[in-house]
Design a protein around this ligand. Sequence first.
Ligand SMILES: O=P(O)(O)O[C@H]1O[C@H](CO)[C@@H](O)[C@H]1O
Ligand SMILES: O=c1cc[nH]c(=O)[nH]1
Length: 323
Amino acid sequence: MGKLLTPDDLPIVRGRVYHLDLAPEELARRVIVVGDPDRVPVLAEELLALREVDRFHRGFRTITGVTAETGQRVSFVTSGIGAPSTEIVLNELAALNEVDFASMTRRERWQPLTLVRLGTSGGLNPVTPVGTLILTDYVVGLDNTALYYDIPLPDEACALLEEKVGSVLTGTELPGARFAGKIAPYAARSDRGLLASLTAAASTLELNWTRGLTISSAGFFAEQGRGVARVGTTQVNLLDAFERLASPWPGLELQNMEMEAGFFLHFLGGMRYRAAVVCVVINQRSSGVFMADYRRQVLDGARLILRAFKEYGDARAKSGALA
Ligand SMILES: O=P(O)(O)O[C@H]1O[C@H](CO)[C@@H](O)[C@H]1O
Ligand SMILES: O=c1cc[nH]c(=O)[nH]1
């Protein structure tokens, strides 16, 4: 028998996890995770033929159902904004998948989940137009939530990215700043097979898309170079420095900045779940252009993900692996 979890380690209320208010059978094995709870019913209305579960608790909306186009069971789940909120959601999703709530021990058998974050992001690449879908190849996270999870470096490219983004931070520190040197970049990557399926699906749909490097910030304002509040910032001209960041190797360009991809890929990679990230560029940080209505692009992103789920599942079934 696995380790016994106490009701305080993993609070379960009326058979459901404490924050998401979901029971194990209410979660599909394929999950699209969005930041904004209002995005969940939009996806459900447009894409589901059948709705089985619809919950809203602590700001987290979840809808599980069967898709009209691919006939797959999927869950649309809210992460909320930022790594700390995402940490709660991903831990509860993993517990729903792996823990037997009757005995409060890990089940002997479970299959990894397949999850894609579908979000919005700020554009950092002047040649990538607003409205483009970015498929994250690698991400560098700047939050410290991920640093509580001791997960091995996925590959040598991640080490190089950590070093490059580390020098951007060192080069933009305010001399004498109280927290100078305290922000520790960590790199992660999308699951290679899932990214390949997303890339293949994107190539067959007439979408504006590209792959690239994503930066995940710990916040929206100072952390993304927005000097709105009347207090000093540890980093100065951070955005300019990011925009000058040379491509770390041919084929990988810095594309966008958002707030959850880093933790998402770091944690789920460590769990050996299959995870990837697709974000719409809704603004151009250098020119100040901002697109407030991105509903169409988000739906395009969701259709792309559903198609990739299908192709990825079919390819795995053909190779003898469980989908
Ligand atoms: O549109 P979502 O998925 O929320 O993603 C982006 O939007 C929020 C900031 O406005 C952050 O969560 C950021 O990552
Ligand atoms: O600039 C942006 C736009 C969306 N989300 C972010 O985190 N930043």
